[in-house]
Design a protein around this ligand. Structure first.
Ligand SMILES: [Zn+2]
Length: 248
């Protein structure tokens, strides 16, 4: 039986839940918006899957990373963020979606540049901005230039404070992304069970020589501590954003 399951998992027909280890038919999981039927575990999504779930069908128009890139189309490197203009129930907004599967969703120079570009576009067009964050932090391989992105994006957010901004933290959002532009939104949402924090628990435990509680950096704990405004189940995400965007 185990071999049959392994074959089915390998070709993608069945998927194992990392939280409760139940084996789920992938198509059923997809229909349930990649939420486990048994334990409500929210699977990590790629930027494309997120756009499909959240936006009106076919409404997403990608904004290229920069003007220089659009001149050299075809040579654009895949990045850890995908941004564009979209609608939810007809309400227009600017959307930025980070993709953890691309280099851990880290924020390097290009990602920082794109975040700023999306903020400026939202400001110019006078429409709200929504970020879905999933990141391991700053792209440390880019050294000081990576770290500068925290400063640049924070400054850009301060320059565009009049733009209503919503951040949805997804699992995981850590490091320099949680500690810069993403936390400066007007409304902060999170998906259930997301890890949101700065340094990871292993680093903190090793530094402080202590054992951390099991709910450390957990979205539910952060809500009770007042960092988040609401935890939104993936099934209610679209309706919640639609309601909020209409107010703006
Ligand atoms: Zn599960």
């Amino acid at each position: 039986m185990r071999e049959v399951l392994d074959v089915a998992k390998k070709d993608g027909r069945w998927t194992e839940c990392p939280s409760c280890s139940e084996i789920i038919i992938t198509q059923k999981l997809k229909e349930n918006l990649w939420v486990c039927h048994h334990c409500e575990y929210h699977f990590r999504l790629s930027a494309r899957q997120r756009i499909d779930i959240v936006c009106d069908q076919g409404s997403f128009n990608e904004i290229s990373q920069s003007e220089a890139d659009s001149e050299e189309k075809g040579q654009i490197a895949e990045e850890a963020i995908c941004g564009g203009e979209a609608t939810i129930d007809g309400c227009k907004f600017i959307l930025g979606v980070m993709d953890f599967s691309h280099k851990g969703g880290t924020m390097g120079v290009m990602v920082g540049q794109h975040v700023i570009h999306l903020m400026n576009t939202a400001s110019l067009e006078g429409i709200p901005l929504v970020f879905f964050c999933a990141s391991g932090g700053v792209r440390i391989q880019e050294g000081i230039w990576g770290l500068f992105q925290m400063l640049r994006t924070t400054h850009a957010r301060n320059q565009t404070r009049h733009v209503p901004m919503i951040t949805v933290f997804t699992d995981p959002t850590t490091g320099g992304v949680s500690a810069s532009f993403s936390a400066l939104a007007d409304v902060l949402f999170a998906e259930p069970g997301s890890r949101i924090g700065f340094a990871g628990p292993r680093v903190i435990e090793a530094t402080l020589q202590c054992t951390l509680p099991s709910d450390f950096q957990n979205a539910e704990k952060l809500l009770s501590n007042g960092l988040l405004d609401r935890i939104v189940h993936r099934h209610e995400l679209r309706d919640t954003l639609s309601l909020l965007l209409r107010w703006f």
